[in-house]
Each structure stands twice: as structure tokens, then as C-alpha cells.
Design a protein around this ligand. Structure first.
Ligand SMILES: [Zn+2]
Length: 275
């Protein structure tokens, strides 16, 4: 049976249907439709001649981003690299490089993130360095670069934040972080850093929503929460930036907390001051 529409049109229809299913909470249907959309878009990308630009780049970028959304990192990498190998228009190339980084993050093993500087920088470290070279750290920018959607919501008294797979409105990584609307900016920043840490360290354990209470306790074991806290502190208050400020004479915890836009008790703990 011949379908008069092109593979790309079919891919877009399937993708729309996938979004609708995901919005209605039918996640299995959503994933299945996205997978079919990927098949069609891959067919479209494979069939377009090399010199047809920007069509060729756009189709490869689209196939890669659908693949990323369903966590098919291998296909995502294949299509973004094949796309970038062509004669890509400059503006599109920038967008595709951002997507490639997000794919690299998901491809990286969770153990890839090390707090101590290794000999060569891992993809996560290369990205995180761009957002963490001065105080205050651009923590929302880092979340975006990692492909995470960040939203605010009224989460009630007892909850600081949460992270969950979100096929419908998640960022390119397919995850959403929510922070509590009623919190102060420094607290919200701490929560974003904490949930990023869960994403980097524990996303294979986040099949369902992971909710952190006021003490940043969740259903994960306390050891894993400690790991997340340690990484969150490092993301928000990088040792090198802190050391630089302190060596220039800035040692007052309140001033440093203000500089990094973090809660005072958090800066005190980072400095090893018990309060
Ligand atoms: Zn936590």
C-alpha cells in the first residue's frame, strides 16, 4: 500500500500523536509512537541527497532529537554526527552542537562525573565548566545545557523539589525538574543543583518521580542523598572559584553566600563551619 505522504510528514504526524498520548499520561503509547516517528524520520534523513541543504541537516537534527527523547542514544549520536558531517548552515550548526552535547551527556556513564579533576575533561565537565567559572554559578543555564526542563510549582510545605521523566514537556533529555514557587531564590538554586545531581548520578533509578523533602531526603538510600548533596554543593560553589575569592580576602560566610546566591547555612557547611 502506497502512502502518498513523505516519510517526514508521517514522522511529524506520529510525533504529534506521541505528544498527545504522553500528555494524557499514556507513556507506553507515547514511546511507541515516538519510536515509529524516529523510524520514519530516519528513513527521510537517509534518503535525502547530500547537497540538498538545509533539508538534509534539518532532517538529521530532527531524527536525532526524537531519538534523544526516547533515550535511544546510539541512534541520536548516529544522526547528529551524520548531519554535522554535511554542509550545515552556520546557525543550524550551533543548534546541532547544543543537541550533540545533550546526547553526549546521556551517553556518558554516570560515573563519568568526577569531583576531582581527571587528566582529560569528561563531556559533563566540559559543559559544566562553562556555567561554573565565576560566582554566582549559572545553575539554570547548566540545567538547560544538560537538556533538563526547569519549572516552578506549588509543591506544598514539605517538599523542596522533584525530578521526573517527562515525555511530554521534559527538555531534550526527557526530564523535568520542579522547584517550589514559594522558596527564596537561593533555596531554589540549591534545589535545582540537587536535582541536577540526581540526574547525573541516579537517573537510571528515576523511573518515577523522585521527590525531595525539606531536608533533601527522598526514597533513595541516605548514602545516595549524601552523594547528591556533595555534587550539588560542588556545582553551586565550585572549589576553585571559592578558593579564588577567599584568597583575595573574602572570608565572611554571609558575603560569600550572597556572592554565590546560596543559603547561608549551605555556604557555612561548604566552608566547614558548623552552625
Ligand atoms: Zn535528593
Amino acid at each position: 500500500m502506497n502512502d502518498p505522504r513523505s516519510p517526514h510528514d508521517r514522522a511529524m504526524d506520529l510525533f504529534e500523536l506521541g505528544l498527545l498520548a504522553a500528555r494524557e499520561g499514556k507513556l507506553d503509547d507515547g514511546r511507541r509512537l515516538f519510536a515509529s516517528a524516529l523510524e520514519e524520520e530516519a528513513r527521510a534523513a537517509d534518503s535525502v541527497p547530500h547537497d540538498i541543504e538545509p533539508t538534509r541537516s534539518i532532517l538529521h537534527q530532527s531524527a536525532a532529537s526524537i531519538a534523544l527523547r526516547i533515550g535511544d542514544v546510539r541512534q541520536a549520536m548516529k544522526y547528529i554526527d551524520a548531519g554535522l558531517a554535511g554542509r550545515v548552515p552556520t546557525q543550524l550548526r550551533d543548534e546541532m552542537m547544543v543537541l550533540r552535547e545533550q546526547i553526549l551527556i546521556l551517553a556518558a556513564e554516570t560515573k563519568d562525573y568526577r569531583l576531582r579533576a581527571p587528566r582529560t575533561l569528561t563531556p559533563v565537565q566540559q559543559i559544566s565548566r562553562r556555567f561554573r567559572s565565576s560566582a554566582p554559578v549559572d545553575i539554570a543555564g547548566l540545567a538547560r545545557a544538560l537538556g533538563l526542563a526547569v519549572r516552578q510549582a506549588d509543591l506544598g510545605h514539605g517538599t523542596a523539589g522533584e525530578i521526573f521523566p517527562d515525555l511530554y514537556r521534559g527538555g531534550p533529555s526527557g526530564y523535568t525538574i520542579r522547584v517550589n514557587t514559594s522558596d527564596s531564590l537561593p533555596l531554589k538554586r540549591l534545589t535545582i543543583a540537587h536535582e541536577i545531581a540526581h540526574f547525573l548520578l541516579h537517573r537510571n533509578r528515576i523511573q518515577n518521580k523522585l521527590v525531595d523533602d525539606r531536608m533533601y531526603r527522598s526514597r533513595l538510600e541516605s548514602g545516595r542523598e549524601k552523594d547528591a548533596e556533595k555534587l550539588a554543593y560542588d556545582l553551586l560553589m565550585p572549589g576553585s572559584v571559592l578558593a579564588q575569592l577567599r584568597s583575595s580576602g573574602l572570608n565572611d560566610p554571609a558575603q560569600l553566600a550572597d556572592r554565590f546566591k546560596v543559603p547561608l547555612h549551605v555556604m557555612k557547611r561548604r566552608m566547614g563551619i558548623m552552625s
